[in-house]
Design a protein around this ligand. Structure first.
Ligand SMILES: [Zn+2]
Length: 539
């Protein structure tokens, strides 16, 4: 009798609801995918309509939080990357070479070997890898290995040859081809120079995309995520919508999707009735995604004055004030939320200027425009953010990598307002938490750990990095629950455990509010519940 609403009792748990009216409970009753009661076992059973048969899921005393949400990641890139060679944590070029050699055994000659995740700062050799390293491990093969940040990569000689990158190829605007003393490319390609090569890597077909998306969605559920705000462009506008529909229909994987639409697709979007928050409970159109600058790691984030360790370089804006204002105004006028990538203070000023301009022309104060990253702010920028009711979309785990060099890039004075999450929170800026996966692992618990401890995964530094910016455990959990729900206009449906909300739960083997903060990173997800159904279970 499939027309009947499913009734499920989640019992014998320790529910941390994040709802002030009832902060903890032992059971939750789910009916038709929504929570109808939070309380003790008997109260919950009594809440089901008379005569309804219910299933029972015993949480065995485990802790259940509102379902985790990730406010900014790239699900399709992540899924596609799972099929590629992973180079995260590789500690030497020798090891990198061994892994390429091994991977080449499983790839037909002539096909590309693609990898991602290396970081030269970890290499014992203390240098960047070169095309000669790759040529040795996979002679004659096209190889391209992307750095962890995604902004730099290293190509083999065959890959350079296919892409026709030679000593005579000029650096593209906003990019660089590293060269040795004799002027020959070393294999290292930076920023826009990477697209000279990407053009020649065969595009994944529809079946590959479907497989990648499924794999990415499953990993998200395993990490305890019930919803993600994703930036995907590989399949085109209609293609992306079709891809998510096909995967949902064929696999039934119940991950909620809020799709931030790349600016390139805006003309196509306008021809449809789809706007922010349109869709069904599993797939909604999100914001229009725009860019204002690059990244701090690559010194392309746009700062008001030079990088401390690179005088004369203040980064680069990827859109002028006029361009960005025009884009934001058009999206705003069409009824869309915007999500603007802005890392440096100059980029942020331009982004906020564009939003203020759109708001002045068409006042719509509750639009919840988002700044993605917001890594370098100032008191003045914070005031502007508050005035325009901006949501800051932050990625706490960035500090795991960035603490190594952020202070040398930015200098002491600017550090006071860099990665300043507590400062933003105190100023009343709504915060949403994300991973930017595949830049960082898909793991909300690692984001929560980073926000709470301000330490890297190795537990350093002892006192935490700029510890005055530590969040409490509850504040950090809210980034990945109610904060992300607010950023996506879902606060009436998700983010806390309350009657009327979706029955979306993340069940953990330990209580993050009870363990030592250093141990938060070791907590495991034992179950993920979406819409009242168990979507992932560890055993
Ligand atoms: Zn991103």
């Amino acid at each position: 009798m499939s027309w009947m609403r499913r009734a499920v009792l989640y019992c014998n748990g320790k529910f941390l609801t994040l709802s002030p009216s009832k902060p903890t409970a032992e059971s939750v009753a789910s009916y038709g995918g929504r929570i109808i009661r939070v309380g003790d076992r008997k109260e919950c059973i009594d809440a089901f309509p008379p005569g309804v048969r219910f299933d029972e899921v015993d949480l065995q005393g485990h802790v259940a939080l509102p379902g985790f949400r990730d406010s900014h990641l790239h699900l399709l890139s992540f899924g596609l990357g799972l099929a590629n060679l992973s180079l995260h944590g590789v500690e030497s070029i020798e090891d990198l070479k061994a892994r390429v050699a091994e991977a080449s055994l499983g790839v037909a000659p002539g096909e590309w070997i693609i990898g991602r995740g290396w970081d030269q700062d970890l290499f014992r050799e203390g240098r960047y890898p070169s095309r000669f390293d790759l040529d040795e491990s996979a002679p004659g093969r096209p190889v391209y290995l992307i750095r962890a940040c995604g902004h730099v990569g290293v190509a083999s000689s065959r890959a350079l040859e296919i892409a026709e990158i030679t000593e005579n190829t000029p650096d593209p605007p906003d990019g660089a081809i590293d060269r040795d003393e004799s002027g020959q490319p070393t294999g290292i390609l930076r920023e826009a120079a990477q697209s000279l090569l990407f053009r020649h890597v065969p595009k994944p077909g529809p079946e590959t995309l479907k497989g990648a998306l499924k794999a990415g969605m499953r990993r998200a559920l395993e990490a305890g995520l019930t919803s993600v705000s994703t930036n995907d462009g590989q399949a085109g506008f209609q293609g992306t919508i079709g891809l998510y529909r096909d995967v949902k229909q064929s696999s039934g994987i119940p991950l909620r999707i809020y799709w931030d639409v790349p600016w390139d697709f805006f003309p196509e979007l306008l021809e449809t009735p789809l706007r922010t928050n349109c869709g069904n409970e599993f797939f909604k159109v999100g914001a229009v995604k725009l860019f204002a600058d690059g990244s701090l790691g690559a010194r392309t984030a746009a700062l008001e004055s030079s990088y401390e360790d690179d005088p004369g370089n203040a980064g680069m804006i990827t859109a002028s004030q006029e361009e960005l204002s025009e884009q934001v105004y058009k999206a705003h006028a069409a009824g869309m939320q915007v999500a603007i990538h802005a890392i440096g203070d100059r980029a942020l000023r331009i982004a906020l200027g564009a939003i203020a301009n759109a708001q002045a022309r068409i006042p719509s104060p509750w639009r919840r425009h988002r700044i993605v990253h917001a890594q370098v702010v100032s008191p003045e920028l914070i005031r502007e953010m508050r005035r325009n009711r901006i949501v800051a979309d932050i990625q706490p785990r960035f500090i795991d990598t960035d603490m190594k060099w952020a202070e040398s890039r930015l200098g002491k004075a600017r550090m006071r307002y860099a990665y300043a999450w507590k400062t933003l929170l105190r100023a009343g800026i709504p915060l949403a938490g994300g991973s930017d996966c595949p830049v960082e692992p898909i793991a909300p618990l690692l984001g929560i750990y980073a926000a709470v401890t301000r330490k890297n995964e190795a537990g350093e530094p002892e006192e935490g990095w700029y510890p005055e910016e530590k969040l409490t455990v509850e504040e950090a959990i809210k980034l990945f629950t109610s904060g992300a729900a607010f950023a996506e206009f879902q606060e009436d449906l998700a983010g806390v455990i309350e009657p009327g909300k979706f029955c979306d739960l993340t069940v953990l083997n330990q209580d993050p509010l009870a363990v030592a903060e250093d141990d938060i990173k070791d907590i495991e997800v034992v179950m993920t519940v979406v819409g009242g159904e168990v979507a992932y279970s560890k055993d």
